[in-house]
Design a protein around this ligand. Structure first.
Ligand code: CA
Length: 481
């Protein structure tokens, strides 16, 4: 018996002695996933992306310990379509979810084009990333803004075990407890938060709830989907943060909106608290953290005085709603301990739609995924492993057949450094070389006419292939707007 016991111990000791090497050389399997999505946060709003007034030391530290993408885009320039695309890995145009849900069937009738009626609810037939991860054994929790459908389509119907604070609205009436009031002609509220304190701020509260979920997850890997309502309007911040930003404001800075800067500071504080909680729980080294935004920075108007621009996306052109880079380029930071390199930067264009396949692959479920669903994104794991990996041939597309203060209906593509935008009212195209002209200030459509025609044809072929909904001519419109 003794000899047998010793023989059994040998392989065990061998494994024990080699396990540190295995751990060091092999990416941790099935890490927890924390996905923090800010709302309307612009590409240039963080210190590590060049913000001047804004202070984001915690996100800057996260970036320094992670991989930071400099050319990450959202697949749409507004909320709901990007969120839907992240959830199911399909392009918003394929889903016919091309505008925020409140406007899906409430389009203007006095413009030159009549936008199509969009889908307001994420269909249950879609296999969401929450369903993928839940089926892979993850505890799945959604905290915060949802904006992907009516009550029949809330997170608990789309693969989340736990759901707190999401609903069909894109924004609360106020960021202060009790988070309700009249907004845009309706009673807006944030459900499920129960009692709060006077002056309690929504992003702080959501972070408390998210940390509580992490504490209670136990040994099961968890997927925490923390989608903040900030820094979306209403532009409201805590008075202490406002005073800090007011003391720092200077006329020469790009960022001039003090309450918005205070909102960004609060967002950064909450990320710091969440990361500290990961450290305190001893799980930071087996937790993948993703931070991003759902569209480019919102310029306004806010309907409040003084109505100065909410943010500046400089050096990018325009902002939320537009297919210029200011409307679709966002921060994207990914930290996967043991995989991403600290301080790595990746300049390869990627899109939020890619996160679906990426997170599925992190959870080891790609084979099932391939059989289950056509997707438009690509896994970013290759870039997480090596941010200097050679770029693959790829064209990114956008389709926003709607109006917004920054745009008329438009489609666009990015092919290498070329960026083509087609405005659908008259078919006019603009062509930019993003390498030479990141601000999209010099339209090359005439001087590079053959390239413009080639890319326009490619854009049209993609729209047909994906089944994109097009606007129609509004014969009742008296004039072009
Ligand atoms: Ca948004």
């Amino acid at each position: 018996m003794k000899r047998k016991a010793i023989e059994c111990l040998v392989p065990i000791l061998f494994l024990i002695s080699w396990s540190p090497l295995l751990a060091a050389d092999t990416p941790p399997e099935r890490p927890n996933i924390v996905f923090i999505l800010a709302d309307d946060l612009g590409w240039a709003d963080l210190g590590c992306y060049g913000a001047d007034l804004h202070e984001t030391p915690n996100l800057d530290r996260l970036a320094a310990s992670a991989l930071r993408f400099t050319h990450a885009c959202t697949p749409a320039p507004v909320c709901t379509p990007t969120r839907a695309s992240i959830m199911c890995g399909k392009h918003p145009a394929r889903l016919h979810m091309t505008i925020w849900r409140e406007a899906a069937s409430d389009q203007p009738t006095d413009r030159r084009l009549l936008p199509p009626t969009a889908e307001a609810d994420l269909p249950h037939a879609e296999r969401t990333i929450a369903e993928v991860l839940r089926d892979a054994g993850y505890l799945t929790a959604h905290v915060g803004k949802w904006h992907l459908g009516s009550v029949e389509h809330f997170p608990e119907t789309q693969g989340f075990d736990v759901h707190l604070a999401g609903n069909h609205w894109g924004a609360p009436a106020t960021h202060f407890f009790p988070y309700r009031g009249r907004g845009h002609g309706a009673i807006r509220y944030v459900p499920g938060l129960g009692f709060g304190k006077p002056n309690e701020y929504l992003a702080d509260r959501l972070t408390d709830e998210a940390i509580a979920i992490m504490r209670q997850a136990g040994d099961r890997p968890f997927f925490l989907n923390l989608w903040h309502y900030g820094v979306h309007a209403p532009i409201e911040a805590k008075s202490g943060d406002i005073e800090l930003m007011r003391a720092k404001a200077r006329p020469e800075l790009h960022h001039q909106n003090i309450p918005y800067a205070a909102m960004v500071k609060n967002l950064d504080d909450t990320v710091g608290r969440l990361l500290a909680a990961l450290d305190e729980l001893g799980i930071a080294d087996r937790t993948l953290v993703v931070f991003s935004s759902d569209n480019g920075g919102f310029l306004g108007p806010t309907g409040r005085e003084p109505d100065r621009p909410v943010t500046s996306n400089y050096p990018l052109r325009s902002g939320k709603g537009s297919l210029y880079e200011g409307g679709i380029r966002v921060p994207l930071i990914v930290r996967w301990p043991g995989v991403t390199q600290a301080g790595a930067v990746c300049e390869i264009p990627v899109v939020s739609t890619d996160l679906y396949r990426t997170l599925a692959e992190v959870a080891g479920t790609v084979p099932r995924l391939d059989a289950a669903q056509q997707t438009d994104g690509r896994s970013l794991k290759r870039l997480l492993l090596d941010s200097n990996a050679p770029p693959e041939a790829r064209t990114l597309f956008w389709h926003y057949p709607h109006y917004y203060p920054t745009t008329t209906p438009a489609s666009a593509l990015r092919d290498g450094d070329w960026k083509l935008i087609e405005y659908l009212e008259d078919g006019r195209v603009e062509l930019y070389d993003l390498a030479e002209d990141p601000s999209e200030a010099h339209d090359l459509a005439k001087s590079e006419a053959s390239k413009a025609a080639e890319l326009r044809d490619k854009l049209h072929a993609w729209r047909t292939d994906i089944g994109a909904q097009m606007p129609s001519v509004n014969s009742a419109a008296r004039q072009s707007n």
